[in-house]
Design a protein around this ligand. Structure first.
Ligand SMILES: Nc1ncnc2c1ncn2[C@@H]1O[C@H](COP(=O)(O)OP(=O)(O)O)[C@@H](O)[C@H]1O
Ligand SMILES: [Mg+2]
Length: 380
């Protein structure tokens, strides 16, 4: 288990500045996810931590020790990639044995036939370690298969096993699930979270998929354009985003964003509908974020101020029903979460009033920064 500290990491490829002065403290044993759109610099950052790429500036520390000049193999980290990079001609057991042989055996002891004869007890020891990792991953009965005889999920587990046998101080994973089909990807999320608990080792996990980040992480860092916009637990990231781009990136369906106008007292209205609360800072124009679950279909006869909404599309997910539509037949669109029962009388074309739940609106300035309301509960 290790803590990993990044101080002022910068990286440019020629004129292309990919990471800009990035600081991050990854705690002992935590599952930390780097999440952001494709091209934002996640893999580059992970490769810098692993030592596979040199940073242009800044320091990488593992357990407080500067490892800038330490070779990848000496950093004691295990890297798991999206492409499993298993040797196709070797069995699962032999694949898993390879890193141990490289670490623990001399040249002659690694020879195919002579080696095991020369170093029988060492081999027995190493095979025991392979079997132990395979049991943890529940691939003990697949050890004699070749990668071509495995399913995608089994291959991913074999690749994890090969990373596990060296008992690294941290696992670095770069989109390890993206080659799997959708159902298996969802299943593997819980397996990885369980594996993290079982190994009690630091995991740094890279993904572009916000759902993976939300479901597995202790903390997640949302990256865009080579910067970390916010580092928080999944719960805080969702409920209390500090930046409009974070609010829009996290959550499916995405948060509704509408233009807001602010009067001289800090009261906000959206398309002429007032929003509760009063801004602390002065601003004239803001963006108002309302998640689909923060809107309600108003009951008939209730004289609430709301958004006149016309249903244009319905998405039935079983327990939830999302209604998509336009506000007052303008170009502004909203998504509202309801239940199939509630939406029973709301076919395409239906017109209703949508009301924002009190205190739910997230307000962002023109610079995308979150603006606070007076008396608003503080993050935490
Ligand atoms: N070896 C490289 N040479 C030049 N540019 C690179 C190299 N590796 C990555 N980049 C560039 O750095 C940026 C970030 O890439 P990457 O870290 O792979 O992003 P992500 O993993 O978030 O999708 C991209 O613009 C990419 O083209
Ligand atoms: Mg990548």
């Amino acid at each position: 288990m290790a803590s990993i500290t990044l101080n002022g990491i910068r990286k440019s490829f020629g004129d292309n500045e990919v990471l800009r002065t990035l600081d991050l403290e990854i705690r002992h044993g935590e599952f930390l996810t780097l999440v952001g759109p494709s091209g934002c610099g996640k893999s580059t950052l992970l490769r810098i931590i692993a030592g596979l790429e040199a940073q242009s500036a800044g320091d990488v520390l593992i357990d407080g020790r500067n490892v800038n000049d330490v070779r990848p193999s000496r950093r004691d980290l295990a890297m798991v990639f999206q492409s499993y990079a298993l040797y196709p001609h070797l069995t699962v057991a032999e694949n898993m044995l390879t890193p141990l042989k490289l670490r623990d055996l001399g040249f002659a002891e690694r020879l195919p036939i002579l080696g095991p004869l020369m170093a029988r007890s060492k081999y027995r020891e190493l095979y025991a370690q392979v079997r132990e990792a395979a049991e943890t991953l529940r691939i003990g009965d697949l050890l004699n298969r070749k990668p071509g005889q495995l399913s995608g999920g089994q291959r991913q587990r074999a690749a994890l096993g090969r990373a596990m046998v060296r008992k690294p101080v941290a696992f670095l994973m770069d989109e390890p699930l993206s080659n799997l089909d959708a159902a298996l990807r969802v299943h593997m999320r819980s397996e990885l979270a369980e594996l993290h608990l079982a190994l009690a080792t630091t995991f740094i996990y890279v993904t572009h998929d916000q759902a993976e980040a939300l479901t597995m992480s202790d903390r997640m860092a949302v990256m865009m354009g080579g910067e970390i916009l916010q580092l928080d637990s999944p719960e805080v990231m969702y409920a209390d985003p500090q930046d409009r781009r974070v609010a829009e990136f996290i959550g499916t369906p995405s948060i509704n964003i509408l233009p807001g106008e602010v009067d001289t007292h800090g009261h906000i209205s959206v398309l002429d509908v007032p929003i509760d609360g009063q801004l602390v800072e002065s601003a004239r124009r803001v963006s108002v974020g309302l998640r689909p679950e923060h809107l309600e279909v108003s009951s008939p006869g209730v004289p609430d101020a709301g958004f006149p909404f016309r249903v244009t599309h319905r998405e039935n997910l079983g327990a939830d029903m999302y209604l998509y539509g336009s506000v007052n037949d303008t170009e502004h669109r909203l998504i509202v979460r309801t239940t199939p029962a509630e939406a029973h009388d709301l076919p395409i074309g239906a017109e209703v009033l949508l009301v924002a739940r009190s205190g739910a609106a997230l307000i962002f300035g023109t610079d995308d920064r979150r603006l606070r309301m007076r008396d608003e509960a503080h993050p935490g």
